[in-house]
Design a protein around this ligand. Sequence first.
Ligand SMILES: Nc1ncnc2c1ncn2[C@@H]1O[C@H](COP(=O)(O)OP(=O)(O)O)[C@@H](O)[C@H]1O
Ligand SMILES: [Mg+2]
Length: 229
Amino acid sequence: MAFLELKNVSADILGSRILNGVSMTVDSGEAVAVVGANGAGKTTLLRTISGLVRVSRGDIRIDGRSTARMPAHRISRLGVGHVPEGRQVFAALTVLENLQVGARDSAQVDQVLELFPMLAGKRDASGGSLSGGQQQMLALARALVPRPRLLLMDEPSLGIAPAAMEEIIAVIKQTQAALDYAMVLVEQTSWVALELVERVCVMQRGSLVAEGPAAEILTHDNLISAYFT
Ligand SMILES: Nc1ncnc2c1ncn2[C@@H]1O[C@H](COP(=O)(O)OP(=O)(O)O)[C@@H](O)[C@H]1O
Ligand SMILES: [Mg+2]
């Protein structure tokens, strides 16, 4: 059954239509990537699913419940976690405090730290003292604390060296296997998306214009030059 379903969703920012009639479904445990040029609306899509941008037309269903008019904190409680663009780690808080922000109890933080030994070793370091790759891990761990069933991940590879990204990919795979969450991944780096998803949706000017197996879409030069530029 689809855990996430968007039906003809539009969203406006400052009077401009940014998402235009987006329909997509993501099954429980499934991982899907959304790709497209800068400014296509990928971040807005994730923020709309999270309830940070209001749905102006259409509907979103999460686990069978309509969320188009729900505030973000209620959508989060339905099992949606968000790893935002740019990571948004709290630089002045410690690693542990960053993880406690979304926690319902300390057991949840302890369980997540078991999946991130690197962070467990740095629990008293400030978020701002971590490298970019470590901050991405912290943003991922923080989103996993409340045990989401759907993770929205926005450009995890942005500004991160390939070697560090390999480590992050390994951790994403491990946590997916341990926690069995579905994922919508926004990712511009083809090899990263190919490692993590089976299916890809292509976004262009606020609409989804193509969809298919990752191996077809992300390795097809014509498709990439048509949609990414
Ligand atoms: N807070 C905002 N204020 C004004 N315009 C915005 C805002 N957020 C997004 N936009 C506009 O919406 C469009 C899509 O942006 P975004 O969703 O960030 O695209 P992407 O993540 O694909 O690069 C862009 O034209 C951008 O300028
Ligand atoms: Mg973006």
